[in-house]
Design a protein around this ligand. Structure first.
Ligand SMILES: Nc1ncnc2c1ncn2[C@@H]1O[C@H](COP(=O)(O)OP(=O)(O)OP(=O)(O)O)[C@@H](O)[C@H]1O
Length: 264
């Protein structure tokens, strides 16, 4: 399990005020966040734009240093075991980030595998296994620029699994995909947690996806935890008869904006 306790991130930006003077601005992007990410299930991290989801995921995947707080991976503190933890996590993003267009599918996986220190027979076998798994084995020598959106997304998945991570961060994984491919992807992620006992943290704006995949969700607002609970319990908070998660989130966003206005 990943245990996050009292996590904070403050961004400091400088603003120029004339020739010699600069002002420092402080923004609390993540504020005292405590969450758990368990193996064998998909946990949702939700919130409107700018809520702090990406910042949280960057800290969990060792890309960004927290200002304060603890992140414990299966009992190991991230501060003392960064190298081991780096080898146990990976990220699958939606869209076309993090893959090289001019390289073939196989060359992409070789490159990313080498970044995890993988090489030789093990890496070649792992690449073959993953290409087979995502249905790209017969396309492995084609440059990615000739791939369709769905094929690129399959390659993203293979890339995110290259180091056989225990924990996977899914960042809008079905962004821009057609209904059929998005459905296939969701089934694939469910299999990953059920059959391979991976722990997945999902950030997405598609509430239908959350309803289908997640058991437990955390809702962030301006860096703070607004609500947490099972999808079932949170959905029950809807005030409409055929209520769904989207209604609940919209209701919460409205409440927060009214409270903020009252404070002002
Ligand atoms: N490198 C940075 N420097 C300064 N401020 C930043 C930086 N990255 C993010 N922020 C700010 O931190 C806050 C949280 O941003 P973050 O990207 O974590 O939110 P998010 O929930 O992922 O949003 P989205 O859904 O739009 O991706 C925002 O106000 C954002 O403008």
């Amino acid at each position: 399990m990943i245990e996050v306790r009292g996590l904070c991130k403050t961004y400091v930006t400088k603003e120029s005020k004339g020739f010699f003077k600069t002002n420092k601005n402080y923004l609390k992007a993540v504020d005292n966040l405590s969450i758990n990410i368990k193996k064998g299930e998909i946990t949702g991290l939700l919130g409107i734009n700018g809520a702090g989801k990406t910042t949280t995921v960057k800290m969990l995947s060792t890309l960004l240093e927290p200002t304060r707080g603890d992140i414990i991976y299966d009992g190991m503190d991230i501060k003392k075991n960064e190298k081991i933890i780096k080898s146990k996590v990976n990220m699958i993003a939606g869209g076309e980030r993090m893959i090289y267009w001019r390289l073939t599918a196989k060359e992409n996986l070789k490159y990313f595998g080498s970044m995890y220190g993988l090489h030789g027979k093990y890496l070649n076998e792992r690449i073959d296994y993953l290409l087979e798994l995502v249905g790209l084995q017969d396309k492995k020598n084609i440059p990615v620029e000739k791939f369709s959106k769905g094929m690129k997304q399959r390659l993203q998945i293979a890339r995110g699994l290259i180091n056989d991570p225990d924990y996977i961060f899914l960042d809008e994984p079905t962004l821009g995909l057609d209904i059929q491919i998005a459905k296939e992807m969701r089934e694939f992620f469910l299999e990953l947690v059920k059959k391979q006992d991976k722990g997945i943290l999902l950030t997405t704006h598609y509430m239908k996806e959350v309803e289908e995949l997640c058991r437990y969700i955390y809702i962030l607002n301006e860096g703070k935890l607004l609500k947490e609970g099972s999808v079932e319990d949170i959905t029950k908070m809807s005030t409409t008869e055929d209520g769904n998660l989207e209604d609940v989130l919209l209701m919460m966003a409205k409440e927060v904006s009214i409270e903020n206005k009252e404070v002002i």
